[in-house]
Design a protein around this ligand. Structure first.
Ligand code: BEZ
Length: 211
């Protein structure tokens, strides 16, 4: 399925290492990060799932539930989690979907046949509490994702969901943000009382509103 930003994240029921999950119900009012990995017992995937577990508090702080998926069966996931915990010095306590029949992989377009016809690529879907897809990202099997970047994107998405701002290149939490072009100049002082700078008529910045 060709999912686009703004689409409703397809709902599904799946068996996971934490029991059966009804996706939308499981998400509740949280944000979600659904991400696929190519295969269990592989090196890059081991580091990625370990890193996700290590960042548990960072995801929780942002009200984000994480859910991993690959086409491996449940007993494989369970055995592999022991290796991840041992080698990455962490405790994986988020669910891994066992998608042996590729139901979720196909629903979310996670198999790219010209890359591999029997493994999922490294897909990421960030989903807002209204179940809309806010970000998609696709990496090849050979490149582990940058989880600091994923947290940064979540910070940006959550900020722009609340205020009429966007975040510039390389923005990080605490830095100035860009005022949305749709906001007329005369509304800026009341909407952004911390002040603003007009660098060009179309490039107006303000301190991060929620700090
Ligand atoms: C890995 O996780 O290391 C990996 C998985 C599939 C293909 C290549 C690398």
């Amino acid at each position: 399925m060709d999912l686009k930003l703004g689409d409703t994240a397809p709902d599904f029921t799946a068996m996971t290492t934490e029991g059966e999950i009804h996706f939308h119900e499981w998400l509740g009012d949280s944000w979600g990060m659904l991400f696929s990995h190519p295969a269990d017992y592989t090196p890059v995937c081991t580091t990625e799932l370990g890193r996700t577990a290590q960042l548990k508090d960072e995801f929780a702080k942002r009200n984000v539930k994480v859910l991993a998926v690959s086409v491996d069966p449940l007993d494989s996931h369970r055995g592999w989690i022991k290796d991840i915990n041992e080698t990455q010095h962490t405790t994986v306590d988020f669910p891994l979907i066992a998608d042996a029949d590729r139901k979720i992989a196909n629903l979310y377009g996670m198999i790219h046949p010209n890359a591999s016809d029997n493994m999922t690529v490294r897909s990421v879907f960030i989903i807002s509490p209204d179940k809309k897809i806010k970000l998609t990202l696709t990496y090849p099997a050979s490149t582990g994702r940058n989880f600091t970047e994923l947290l940064r994107v979540i910070d940006s998405l959550q900020l722009t969901a609340k205020y009429s701002v966007a975040t510039p290149a390389d923005w990080k939490e605490g830095e100035d943000v860009v005022i949305a072009p749709a906001i007329p100049d005369e509304e800026i002082p009341s909407r952004f009382p911390k002040g603003h700078k007009v660098i060009k008529p179309y490039l107006r910045t303000t301190p991060q509103p929620n700090r």
